[in-house]
Design a protein around this ligand. Structure first.
Ligand code: HPA
Length: 260
């Protein structure tokens, strides 16, 4: 199984033909996945918030999830994530290809490399989202005539609460474009295990203080339901372009383990 989709809020509804449930044991706990063929390509599908959408962002077992995907042989992950927008460049309903992140999480296990037996690793994240995979997604978007905007800097907050307008203002001054709660450490853990990873952010709302109304999960879900179809089309088209070669440096992310 070379490829996986990690689906966030709303993408639970992506129609999988003939899905098969599997469970994978990891040192961090058991992970339940589905596998299905999309456009004749075998894909592992992981629901980040669980089947019943009952796992909040700060309690997601990110290490177990990424370990499980590695365990079944996954080399490339496409992740989706609902985000609020901090800029007029990105509006509710837009799909954005994330390029960089700012990590404002507070209380999550960050790494597989906690010292002792695993050693210590300072993994390189100069280009955290696989350039090759991003190119494929951009090509797929052109093929299916969908717009995907590039250049997003994703701010990851701890959640589960939304942000204050003061926080959003600070993130904007620091260079953030999008805000979500689940992108980190997922992207970093994938790099640590040498898996290519790209995020398609789904803009569901204007961030707190930019939006005229208080934020609600219902608003996020309602916009997600509207974007879902676009995302599904883009994902399916991307599947046809995937190849299992890693022509990038993502796979060598953990080569330096033990040198520090
Ligand atoms: N903030 C944080 N996470 C989110 C938001 C937001 O505004 N919208 C969707 N996920």
């Amino acid at each position: 199984m070379d490829y996986a989709l990690i689906g966030g809020t709303g993408v639970e509804k992506l129609c999988l033909a003939d899905p098969r449930s599997i469970s994978v044991n990891t040192p961090y706990g058991e992970v339940n996945l589905e596998t299905a063929k999309i456009e004749d390509v075998e894909i592992a599908f992981l629901r980040r918030h669980g089947k019943k959408h009952n796992v909040p962002p700060h309690l997601i077992n990110y290490r177990a999830n990424i370990w499980a995907l590695k365990e079944i042989g996954v080399k490339k992950i496409i992740a989706s994530g609902a985000v609020g927008s901090l800029t007029s460049e990105f509006e509710p309903g837009d799909l954005v290809l994330v390029e960089q992140f700012l990590d404002f999480t507070k209380n999550r296990p960050l790494t597989f490399f906690d010292g002792s037996d695993q050693g210590v690793l300072h993994v390189d994240v100069t280009d955290p989202y696989c350039p090759d995979l991003r190119n494929k997604i951009t090509t797929a978007a052109k093929q299916c005539e969908l717009s995907i905007k590039a250049g997003g800097v994703y701010v990851c907050t701890e959640g589960p609460r939304f942000e204050t307008p003061a926080e959003i203002n600070m993130f904007r001054i620091l260079g953030g474009h999008l805000v979500g709660m689940t992108g980190v450490p997922e992207v970093v853990l994938a790099r640590e295990l040498g898996i290519c990873y790209a995020t398609i952010a789904l803009v569901t709302n204007l961030a707190a203080g930019i939006s005229k109304q208080p934020l609600t999960h219902a608003e996020v879900i309602a916009t997600m339901n509207m974007i879902n179809e676009k995302f599904a089309t883009l994902f399916k088209t991307t599947c046809k372009l995937l190849d299992d070669k890693q022509n990038c440096y993502c796979a060598s992310g953990s080569k330096e383990v033990g040198l520090f």
